[in-house]
Write a protein that binds this ligand. Structure first.
Ligand SMILES: *Cc1c(COP(=O)(O)O)cnc(C)c1O
Length: 376
């Protein structure tokens, strides 16, 4: 049996390496490293895949969030509501732009932002809400869009972990994660479901004016060369990364299906275990399992993690510490026990190895060991 990894990019490269090598070589030969033809082609192919009018590529997912907030004209002091249970990038850019960060609890079942908590956090200064489609499953977008409409707010969807997930509306229609709010953002960090071989990111919008602004700000505020209409930044997707992403996008549906098949097996194995909770699947979203995250009861999470380590099975805690107690965010003035749901999740969650190239033998070995530890 091959060594088990959380994400096995090497196994993937062994399968699609020749396509990737060809794509990289063609960019090397063209020397069009910045804004080469593959960048535009990738944007068009991703537009088609996720069903959105504009995809604007950029340098990484953190920049994408920053660009979104810049393009919407958010001003220092404007309040932005986001979840306390996410990767740090989401809150970082809010702080960097001098916006007022308002963090709220996640829902303990879905791990995504709590709709009730959002409602309670709205003030006359609220300008935007940033839901995060955590672990590959969408937040409750229909409820959030209703709140946004009522209070005249922007919704920026952080879809970094959900490229390809479907949001399912109450009437049964679907849209891809990131295409429902005013702007969606994503990351192509190598371990994401659609990852490149370095850093990369993108923004989605159906609004022509916002798209133009995003394109300008991501490229030094230029619409015409050396004419600067906006204060911008330098945040572009390298052509080499775009060429790699064009190859990987063709396989994305299959990769996401393969992840789901692994998750189904995990679910089946662990759903009878009283000391474990399998991830809840919400009626309003498909799940593409960026992470497969268990909740381990009875304070045994760290013990299980250690036990798995002793069996050469990696596992990860996403996320170990609530954001509001991180040194950098103490200035927000939250108290340690202001977020009991987040605190509980941080103590219980454990993400298992999850990627499209898992072998049956690996899955069986992981399941067997977890069941041996947990009993029934
Ligand atoms: C990965 C990630 C980001 C940041 O993406 P980078 O490309 O690493 O900057 C932002 N938000 C979430 C939820 C992420 O998982």
């Amino acid at each position: 049996m091959r060594d088990i990894q959380m994400v096995d990019l090497k196994a993937q490269y062994e399968k699609i390496g020749s396509e990737i090598d060809f794509a990289i070589k063609s960019v090397l030969e063209s020397t069009a490293f910045i804004k080469g033809p593959d960048v535009k082609l990738f944007e068009e192919e991703l537009q088609e895949y996720i069903g959105v009018k504009h995809v604007v590529s950029c340098a990484n997912g953190t920049d994408a969030l920053e660009l979104a907030m810049m393009a919407l004209g958010l001003k220092p002091g404007d309040e932005v509501i986001t979840t306390n249970f996410t990767f740090i990038a989401t809150v970082e850019v809010v702080a960097l732009l001098g916006l007022k960060l308002v963090i709220v609890e996640p829902d303990p079942g879905s791990f995504t932002i709590s709709i009730d908590a959002v409602k309670k956090a709205i003030t006359p200064n609220t300008k935007a809400i940033v839901p995060v489609h955590l672990f590959g499953q969408c937040a409750d977008m229909e409820s959030l869009m209703e709140i946004a409409k009522k209070h005249n707010l922007y919704i920026i969807e952080d879809a970094a972990q959900a490229t390809g997930a479907d949001y399912i509306f109450r009437d049964g229609s679907t849209k891809k994660a990131g295409t429902i709010g005013h702007i969606g953002t994503t990351s192509f960090f190598p371990s994401k479901n659609l990852g490149c071989y370095g850093d990369g990111g993108a923004l989605y919008t159906n609004d022509d004016v916002i798209a133009k602004k995003l394109r300008s700000i991501a490229n030094h505020g230029m619409k015409v060369k050396y004419h600067h209409d906006d204060i911008g930044i330098n945040s572009r997707l390298d052509t080499i990364q775009a060429a790699i992403l064009r190859v990987k996008l063709k396989h994305l549906s299959r990769f996401n299906e393969a992840r789901r098949a692994v998750a189904d097996q995990y679910d089946k194995a662990f759903s009878g275990c009283s000391s474990l909770s399998v991830p809840e699947r919400m009626s309003y979203s498909s799940h593409i399992f960026h992470q497969y995250t268990l909740k381990v009861k009875n304070g045994k999470r760290d013990e299980l993690k250690k036990f798995l380590e002793s069996k050469s099975i990696p596992s990860m805690v996403y996320y170990p510490g609530p954001l509001h107690v991180q040194e950098a965010y103490k200035y927000l003035g939250y108290k340690e026990n202001d977020f009991p749901v987040t605190a509980m999740l941080c103590k219980e969650v454990l993400s298992l190895p999850m990627h499209p190239d898992m072998e049956q033998e690996q899955i069986d070995y992981i399941v067997l060991n977890i069941l041996n530890f947990s009993g029934k």
